[in-house]
Design a binder for this molecule. Structure first.
Ligand SMILES: [Zn+2]
Ligand SMILES: [Zn+2]
Length: 329
């Protein structure tokens, strides 16, 4: 099998080896589609906590090729998506049902071999059947799970008015999921022209060119999907009295933010952060397979393993025309 490995920051090799054998409670999966996300870019650039070498790829779907002796839910040929975060289920965080903060956290494509390879081994407990979803769609189960985890922190009600800052792939998932939850009036802000045009045409909502243009005190729900401190500060100003703000985008680890704490006090705002997900894959599969959250139009590139390094360079440069890139190993 061919495997893409990040040997050290900015150093990628592609090697050929024999596919691994699944252990007794594992599945061997033939990878059909694997999304590239910001985390992969951080691993490539060396700005992510983790050790090298690593095979990246944590947003993926494929076909079960072989099963371990103790596997009960799957058989060879089954089509699955995978929840890459692997909690130990035996630490204080896990026992408190906060598996996303597991003290012994492992993740497929981060701390153990991921899906930028023809085959990957995962525990049975991390795999979910995907029904009639295409593999392209099923590659969104992981990012959509994170979006669901974030939105579940909010009390979205029928008729809620929302603003989302950032219309990249995750911003688009947030908008569509909020709509599925009952948001009726939606405003989007996006600085990138191509993404703005796409959001306007595919969502049919007003799309502003900067978070600073959002109406003040106007939205019940305001979500940042950029991680940019200036944009995050604007979310507090756009929030209506009693509103909820979700800071979903990933800021730089040492970024700081200037904002008016008086606005948080006077408007009684609730500000939420959200880190990964906790068992939201079944909800994600339901949103995708019901059509409530369409994703096919978010895929702009489908590439092979040999093209990944070049594409990471394009993504690092912030190319306008790239939305979701899927790797087909
Ligand atoms: Zn990701
Ligand atoms: Zn744990």
């Amino acid at each position: 099998m061919r495997t893409l490995t990040i040997r050290e920051p900015r150093s990628i090799t592609i090697e050929t080896s024999v596919p691994p054998q699944p252990a007794s409670s594992d599945l061997l999966i033939r990878v059909a589609a694997c999304g590239i996300c910001g985390t992969d870019l951080h691993i490539y650039e060396g700005s992510y906590l983790g050790s090298y070498p690593v095979v990246p790829g944590h947003e993926f779907a494929g076909t079960v090729e072989a099963i371990g002796a103790d596997v009960t839910r799957f058989a060879a040929g089954d089509r699955v998506a995978v929840e890459p975060n692997l909690p130990c289920n035996n630490c204080t965080a896990c026992l408190g049902n906060r598996q996303n903060f597991c003290e012994n956290w492992q993740a497929v494509g981060v701390t153990r071999a991921g899906a930028m390879a023809e085959y990957v081994v995962v525990p049975e407990s991390a795999a979910f059947g995907i029904g009639n979803l295409t593999f392209d769609e099923a590659a969104f189960v992981e990012p959509l799970s994170c979006v669901i985890h974030g939105i579940r922190k909010l009390s979205v009600r029928p008729g809620s008015r929302a603003a989302v800052v950032g219309a990249g792939p995750v911003g688009m998932l947030l908008v569509r999921t909020l709509r599925a939850c009952g948001v009726t009036r939606m405003t989007v802000a996006e600085r990138n022209r191509a993404r703005r045009d796409f959001a306007r045409q595919s969502l049919g909502v007003p799309v502003l060119s900067d978070a600073s243009e959002l109406e003040q005190d106007a939205y019940d729900i305001v979500v940042d999907a950029t991680g940019v401190p200036a944009a995050m500060a604007h979310t507090l100003e756009a929030a209506s009295p009693g509103a909820e703000v979700l800071w979903f985008g990933v800021p730089d680890t040492d970024a700081e933010i200037g904002f008016r704490p008086f606005a948080v006090f006077r408007k009684g705002l609730s500000v939420h952060g959200s880190f990964t997900s906790v068992r939201n894959s079944m909800e994600a599969i339901e949103l995708l397979s019901s059509g409530a959250v369409p994703v096919a139009d978010l895929v702009t590139h489908r590439i092979g393993l040999d093209e990944v390094e070049g594409m990471l360079g394009v993504l690092a440069a912030g190319s306008a025309d790239v939305r979701k890139v899927l790797v087909l190993p």
